[in-house]
Write a protein that binds this ligand. Structure first.
Ligand SMILES: [Zn+2]
Ligand SMILES: [Zn+2]
Length: 165
């Protein structure tokens, strides 16, 4: 933890109706090369920053939550600007509403959050060449093998508070 200077991460949609602020760095950043992310972004991968829902605040506007099919079959709730319909974050069934997967490309300074891991590289588009030492897995991975201890602890705290008993 570096309480001295915590720079927030601001972002929003394209029409600027939705503006949000992440109060601290995310727990982990996925660069997902699965076909679902390729289709949903219309591009080659999705860059998602995982952060506790309570650590992201809407500064302006509101989001519209769209239930969307997902690879797991359990669905994904995508939060979009109700005006320009750009997706700003989503929630997957796994961690539920407690963890937002923020679309890094919607940050004002997306360069601040490069991926911590590349996942589903089995369907990575061949022209996307990863840096030699970047953590990368063919499909998914075990969190304990890749997440920093601090992030594992943040997640454990969160789940203890949010999981239905
Ligand atoms: Zn908008
Ligand atoms: Zn994906």
């Amino acid at each position: 933890m570096t309480p001295a200077k915590v720079m927030p991460y601001d972002g929003g949609c394209t029409c600027r109706f939705v503006r949000y602020r992440m109060s601290m760095k995310p727990m982990f950043v996925h660069c997902c090369h699965c076909r679902w992310c390729q289709r949903e972004t219309g591009s080659s991968f999705a860059l998602n920053a995982m952060i506790e829902a309570e650590r992201i605040q809407l500064q302006q506007g509101e989001v519209e939550v769209i239930n969307t099919p997902s690879n797991s079959g359990k669905g994904q709730k995508i939060s979009r600007c109700p005006k320009c319909h750009i997706a700003v974050w989503s929630n997957y069934a796994g961690a539920g509403d407690a963890v937002h997967f923020v679309r890094v490309g919607t940050l004002d300074e997306p360069d601040r959050l490069p991926p911590d891991i590349h996942i589903f590289t089995a369907s990575k588009q061949p022209w996307v060449v990863l840096p030699p030492n970047a953590p990368a897995v063919k499909e998914y991975y075990d969190r304990n093998d890749y997440w920093p201890q601090e992030s594992l602890e943040r997640r454990a705290t969160l789940l203890a508070k949010n999981l239905p008993r």
